[in-house]
Design a protein around this ligand. Structure first.
Ligand code: G6P
Length: 608
């Protein structure tokens, strides 16, 4: 949540900050602001709305300077208003800062400060930080920042400027991501890689509690106690072109259409001589792999649904006791990971606060922790024993699509690898499944070519207010994901149920106005799902089916059918999810919704 960017160098800072904020807008977009240092003055501009609204204001005011910080907000403490937008200043105008995270003890600190005569101008937890910093500062910035970290409880990524200090801005990081960028005679900070890509690919990842000073000459980093820390520089392997929309009207549509390529990249280099080989990434010996009895998979949102898909193959291809949970639940349950547990954390961003907390818990209980993430160097990636990268490239649309595809692909490779290592999956079956996986990129592309039929279906149902999504077995998590996509971007109410559960409640909602989207590929549960279709039809609900090519029977029972190519039962989610993503996209487009930045959502949820 909340995007942060900072710059110092020779360029015009407002231009760099606005470009960075545009690239971070998926983190939050209810208000935005920036502060620029010029001629010893700190100039602050804030605006409610999108970064484009802020850009207009910056142009009007002709703001210039070579050093600044910027922010795009997703409101937590305090409503959406110019006063609550960042940057925030202390009451004497000596310090200015932007913040991502939540200060848990802000009410106590605010009371103390108010008792000392400080007047607040916003309702945010952030203003407390800057007012406190101004009181702690005794002409030594490092000393003040060390004292500040001692006083703050909660999570924060901060970029700070001091009116007295030219050519340097300061950063702090605890529980919220912050990356420093190194250019030629210039320095940057950002909460996410895409903001830095147009300028540099040389980065330094700040660790928990670290404090940094960024100047034209480079970067200095200290631990939270003020001890100097030597940092290594990493090179980002994403290209700036990966973050552009190309000829597509929306990032989401571009990302949906990239899914065949995502599958190819995920498979590339991980299949050798007809076998899955993850040994370069997961240096596990047989003894370690055989020491596990339990497998916990933990995630949020779409990543959780990807985990539910994987659960079904992991329990089939391995003998592990598999348990999948939502991170915000897992962290407060008593599931008990132990040294016989492999705990897998699935997160596109690698920054989701609940997933990180769940990971820390499982690790403290002795579990071997694996991250399945799209972001190299993310907090999650740095806190686990092993990482399996998605290689989906940057995803900008707030609604996850191609990373869902990348997640299930990576988790399937992992399941095949584990099944073979534990000898619970025969070589013949493993080879057969892998051969079908290798055909999936093509089959996904065939499915994408049928977009027109999905658009036509959306046109027919665009005015409906409620949908029910049904699926069984492998198709149940797909139904959940399809309903989530529809809710997220078109604001149409959609519920997903395991088809067999429909009779236990949701059937009461059915009538002619409520379409039922049934995911019914040709699989072992086909006839069971067909019976559920009859039950829904008997209540006059229109039936929309996602079904397999050549299945003629379904045309007699459903009002409308979207087709996918045939594949093995286990592989059906790779194909059946595609028409559902496209359906949500076209529904949202017809309903004139903001597709890439749906209301109230943020791409990475870095607060609990
Ligand atoms: C947010 C995003 C979702 C995402 C979820 C988990 O809610 O809007 O698209 O699935 O967070 O994010 P992660 O980065 O952990 O996969």
């Amino acid at each position: 949540m909340c995007g942060i960017v900072g710059y110092v160098g020779m360029r015009n800072a407002p231009d760099v900050l606005l470009e960075g904020l545009k690239r971070l807008e998926y983190r939050g977009y209810d208000s935005a602001g920036l502060a620029v240092k010029s001629d010893g003055r700190l100039e602050v501009i804030k605006e409610v709305g999108k970064v484009a609204d802020l850009a207009r204001l910056v142009e009007e005011r002709q703001l210039e300077g070579c050093q600044g910080i910027g922010h795009t907000r997703w409101a937590t403490h305090g409503g959406v208003s110019v006063d609550n937008a960042h940057p925030h200043c202390d009451d004497c105008g000596n310090f200015v800062l932007v913040h991502n995270g939540i200060i848990e003890n802000y009410l106590d600190l605010r009371e103390e400060l108010e008792a000392a005569g400080v007047t607040f101008t916003s309702e945010t937890d952030t203003e407390v930080i800057v007012q406190l910093l101004a009181r702690l500062y005794q002409k030594d910035m490092l000393d003040a920042l060390v004292k500040l970290t001692e006083k703050l409880r909660g999570s924060y990524a901060l970029a700070i400027m001091n009116r007295e200090i030219d050519g340097t801005f300061y950063c702090l990081r605890k529980g919220s991501p912050l990356i420093l960028g190194i250019g030629d005679g210039e320095g940057f900070c950002a909460s996410d890689v895409p903001a830095l890509l147009p300028y540099t690919r040389q980065v330094v990842y700040l660790e928990e509690g670290e404090i940094a000073a960024v100047s034209r000459d480079g970067i200095q980093v200290w631990a939270s106690d003020g001890q100097r820390v030597e940092k290594s520089i990493s090179t980002i392997d994403w290209e700036v072109s990966m973050t552009e929309k190309a000829a597509y009207p929306h990032y989401m549509l571009k990302e949906i259409h990239e899914q065949g390529a995502v599958l190819r990249t995920t498979l590339k280099g991980r299949v050798e001589n007809g076998k899955v080989d993850l040994s370069p990434e997961l240096a596990w010996d047989k003894k370690l792999v055989e020491s596990w009895r339990k497998l916990h998979i933990v995630a949020c949102g779409t990543s959780y649904y990807a985990a539910l898909v994987a659960e079904r193959v992991l329990e089939k291809w391995t003998d592990l006791e598999v348990k999948v949970d939502i991170a915000s639940e897992y962290r407060y349950r008593h599931l008990r990971a132990d040294t016989e547990t492999l705990a897998v954390f699935v997160s596109q961003s690698g920054e989701t606060a609940d997933t990180l907390a769940a990971c820390r818990l499982a690790r403290s209980q002795g579990a071997h922790c694996l991250a399945v993430t799209n972001v190299r160097g993310s907090t999650l990636a740095r806190e686990v024993h092993d990482v399996l990268l998605l290689k989906a490239g940057p995803e900008i649309g707030v609604a996850a699509t191609k990373t869902f595809m990348g997640q299930i692909a990576a988790l399937y490779l992992f399941a095949l690898y584990l099944g073979r290592m534990r000898e619970t999956l025969s070589a013949a079956e493993g080879n057969r499944l892998l051969e079908e996986m290798l055909r999936l990129p093509y089959k996904v592309e065939v499915t994408l070519e049928r977009e027109d039929s999905v658009r036509a279906l959306a046109e027919k149902y665009a005015d409906r207010k409620d949908f029910l999504f049904l699926g069984r077995g492998m198709s149940f998590p797909v139904a959940l994901e399809g309903a989530l996509k529809l809710k997220e971007i078109s604001y149409v109410h959609a519920e997903a149920y395991a088809a067999g559960e429909m009779k236990h409640g949701p059937i009461a909602l059915l009538e002619a106005a409520v379409p039922v989207m049934v995911i019914i590929p040709r699989d072992g549960l086909y006839e069971k799902t067909l019976s559920n279709i009859q039950e829904a039809k008997a209540r006059k609900a229109p039936i929309l089916a996602v079904a397999t090519d050549g299945d003629e029977l379904i045309s007699r029972h459903a009002n409308d059918v979207l087709r996918v190519p045939w594949t093995d039962e286990e592989m059906t989610p790779f194909l059946t999810v595609v028409p559902l993503q496209l359906f949500a996209y076209h529904m949202a487009r017809l309903r004139e919704c903001e597709i890439d930045q749906p209301r109230n959502l943020a791409k990475s949820v870095t607060v609990e």
